[in-house]
Design a protein. Structure first.
Length: 279
């Protein structure tokens, strides 16, 4: 892994020796946050490149688009992707039961937790066997550019993919379970009961004590006992990390989700986000 100082921020690059010269097999997922952008390039479902650009301050959609254009322009012909997926990481999302969802009024579902702008358009992901719609606001300028460049693409809110992935981790051994997903600067907390999603929220954090506070706060609000509740953790956490030690002091049943290692890859970027590993 190497670090490259760029005009737009700090670029962290992990090169993988899984390259393939067949351009028809390459796919690209772009993970977009106002503080960073991650590019994951795959060949025949194997990760061959991962690039993370970290910004020194929050960036606008216009600036993020410039970053994406620069990366795509840098891709050689042998690595040009045939398929592209955009994953948006922002707070402009809300979960709505499908039976209550009205696509014509999608923006109305967001008006209580999002500052809606005049030109904003709402999108939605159908998740959990079509029982829930995740309504969010994608960046129109980025979607338009990717469409013009590749003609077809998929885009999602990251929480849709996260909820789907973690729902597969529910076993018959637990009637209820808390998931704590740690990201750079924010966390996701999910609560499943009888294999149904009962609670989801995201919180900003600047220190480990923030993470502990929000976890204990959610447990209290959900009337869950920290000594008995199973908390499964993913993302920026390991057995020897300070946050794991802190959590275990207050929550007795803490486990780390053990996703399969990717062959040939030992990257902190991959380990920090469970959504980077698959297209």
């Amino acid at each position: 892994m190497k670090l490259i100082q760029m005009g737009i921020g700090l670029k962290i690059t992990q090169k993988i020796n899984n390259s393939n010269d067949n351009i028809n097999n390459n796919t690209l997922s772009i993970h977009i946050n106002e503080n960073w952008v991650v590019f994951c390039l795959f060949s025949q479902e194997k990760l061959i490149d991962i690039d993370k650009v970290v910004f020194l301050a929050k960036k606008t959609p216009t600036f993020l688009l410039k970053t994406i254009k620069k990366y795509i322009k840098s891709i050689t012909e042998t690595k040009a992707p045939k398929a592209v997926k955009l994953i948006y990481y922002d707070k402009s999302s809300t979960l709505v039961p499908s039976v209550l969802f009205d696509e014509k009024n999608s923006l109305n579902f967001l008006k209580y937790n999002t500052n809606i702008k005049i030109n904003d358009l709402a999108a939605n992901d159908s998740i959990l066997n079509n029982e829930v719609r995740n309504v969010f606001i994608p960046y129109v300028n980025i979607n338009n550019y990717i469409f013009d460049k590749f003609k077809t693409f998929d885009f999602f809110h990251y929480s849709s993919l996260l909820i789907q992935l973690l729902s597969l981790e529910i076993s018959d051994n637990f009637s209820e379970k808390i998931f704590l997903n740690l990201n750079d600067g924010f966390i996701d907390i999910l609560y499943f009961k009888n294999k149904k999603l009962e609670f989801y929220n995201t919180f900003d954090h600047s220190c480990n004590e923030d993470i502990l506070y929000y976890l204990l706060f959610c447990l209290n609000q959900l009337n869950l006992n920290p000594d008995k509740t199973h908390v499964a953790c993913s993302g920026n956490i390991s057995l020897d990390s300070k946050i794991y030690e802190l959590l275990y002091t207050y929550v007795r049943n803490v486990e780390l989700l053990n996703f399969d290692e990717i062959e040939g890859i030992n990257s902190d970027i991959i380990k920090s986000n469970i959504l980077f590993r698959n297209f």
